[in-house]
Design a protein around this ligand. Sequence first.
Ligand SMILES: Cc1ncc(C[n+]2csc(CCOP(=O)(O)OP(=O)(O)O)c2C)c(N)n1
Ligand SMILES: CC(=O)[C@@H](O)[C@H](O)COP(=O)(O)O
Ligand SMILES: [Mg+2]
Length: 635
Amino acid sequence: MHLSEITHPNQLHGLSIRQLQQIAHQIRDKHLQTVAATGGHLGPGLGVVELTLALYQTLDLDRDKVIWDVGHQAYPHKLITGRYHDFHTLRQKDGVAGYLKRCENKFDHFGAGHASTSISAALGMALARDLKGEKFKAVAVIGDGALTGGMALEAINHAGHLPKTNLLVVLNDNEMSISPNVGAIPRYLNKMRLSPPVQFLADNFEEQFKHIPFVGESLSPELERIKEGMKRLAVSKLGAVFEELGFTYMGPVDGHNLEELIATFQQAHQITGPVLVHVATVKGKGYEMAEKDQVGYHAQNPFNVTTGKAIPSSKPKPPAYAKVFSHTLVKLAEQNPKIVGITAAMATGTGLDKLQAKLPNQYIDVGIAEQHAVTVAAGLACEGMRPVAAIYSTFLQRAYDQIIHDVCIQNLPVFFCLDRAGIVGADGPTHQGMYDIAYLRCIPNMVVMAPKDEAELQRMVVTGIEYTDGPISMRFPRGNGHGVPLMEEGWEPLEIGKGEILRQGDDVLILGYGTMVYPGMQAAEILSEHGIEATVINARFVKPLDTDLILPLAQQIGRVVTLEEGCLMGGFGSAVAEALLDADIVVPVKRIGVPDILVDHATPDQSKASLGLTSQQIADNILQAFFKKQAAAVV
Ligand SMILES: Cc1ncc(C[n+]2csc(CCOP(=O)(O)OP(=O)(O)O)c2C)c(N)n1
Ligand SMILES: CC(=O)[C@@H](O)[C@H](O)COP(=O)(O)O
Ligand SMILES: [Mg+2]
């Protein structure tokens, strides 16, 4: 049977190891060729090909439910659940999603994208199953990185307390998060990986006794019991933590040995209560470059399969915001030993790996533990350090209570740097940085700012570091800057709460925030071609809002437009509208941003065009809203 003929995982039933190995080869090839063409996650999925095939062969997917943690490693799952022929549309607009989605496929039992949720979800389904008297197996597949997330431990704590609730947790241990995994849990797992497997101990014991004359031929029941005791002793040593937490621990199992995997899963399915099968895999298995560079091939832009090199872009790109951020932070940290950069397992994405390389004592990676990261930052601030919590906008959502409870209520000077704020593109709705303007500006004591370009980002990094009156946050987008000149040092901090006028005109007031300032300027030029002159403001701060600048202009000009790359509800436009209302300034306000919808995976440009965020669309919107003029001719 060829992979392309599989539309249901149950078609794996009855296939020989040889046939499964052939399908594994076809999965790896399809996975590699597709990601090379579209970009996406590579190492994670290549590492779980055998695990997926073995697990699914031992399950009935018309009944049983497999929940994948994060889901970035579930491309093999997608390929054997009816998406083979659409897989070339991976992570493209209207194409196959990069994570599991319940609405995409009936075998995607739980959506993810954010880590550490799978055990909770699977346990919830198992509890429902038992309440309904149903019989399906509930299986969570979680990586060693995701296991460092607090939610996973909360779920283990709960499941381990339910000896009658059947639940299988498959721990995919490849010793990697995106970067090498960190913390005591991975260290413990590694010890188990390295120790001789339980089976070896038991077999060895049997081997010793086989050669004893007369007795050795057939182990008496007593000796059999001793052997089982040896195994239990070994297991209790190897899987002590999980066994003590109420799980039956099995493993470590070679995650690329189909026979061993199938036998282990079959055994695990017979055990009552929570079971954890510890599978040792290699991230990137089967593609040498991904095995050698497991960090670099966690995810890739389109690349040449033969060379492994990224396909060069047609024209040179300005530096990525993340690069400018980390470069500036390292420069400042070299001069200020109190600066400590904190990441939650996103060292390369945030660029903090540069800080780690240069100033390892001023760098902390807490693992996938954003809540912990924020409160560690609060503790550092209590002791006079200058903590910089570099956490993606979407992942910081995980730590909302810690931001309020541990930082803002105590007014501690933590500097939050939110990368990937705004539309991120291919990662889709779970990763869009849509809500940070709204979720941060409503918290007392929090300063909220965003730069218009990478040069202003440098000034805001200095501003954030030098501001110690309380918590302060700065958002910036995924991707590249505008190519404006950058200074190597001597960045001038900004005055807190002050915006800047970029252009003057009497017909309409355009207030841009962050990434929407440049589109606002371009829209003003289009309006000018229609005889409409706009004043354009770079707001810089949404809290405190520069009301001294904005309110008199709003009163004078009489037409206000706000622009933001974030949710309209509670966002920058809301802040402006509230300020006008509180000042009894009654003027028409047009808020342009992201409406109350989920933004699906596409390129950022495609998403912006579908949301009316391009400069042409902004100009058209203003012309129609305020001047009842025909939409501007598309230039
Ligand atoms: C809450 C959250 N924080 C950070 C991330 C970013 N992230 C995606 S995959 C990953 C590493 C996951 O490691 P592991 O679970 O071991 O899976 P592997 O990639 O090794 O297969 C991280 C940190 C995320 N998806 N969710
Ligand atoms: C699976 C996951 O959450 C990360 O790999 C994420 O996709 C990284 O996003 P960036 O590519 O924007 O760093
Ligand atoms: Mg891992």
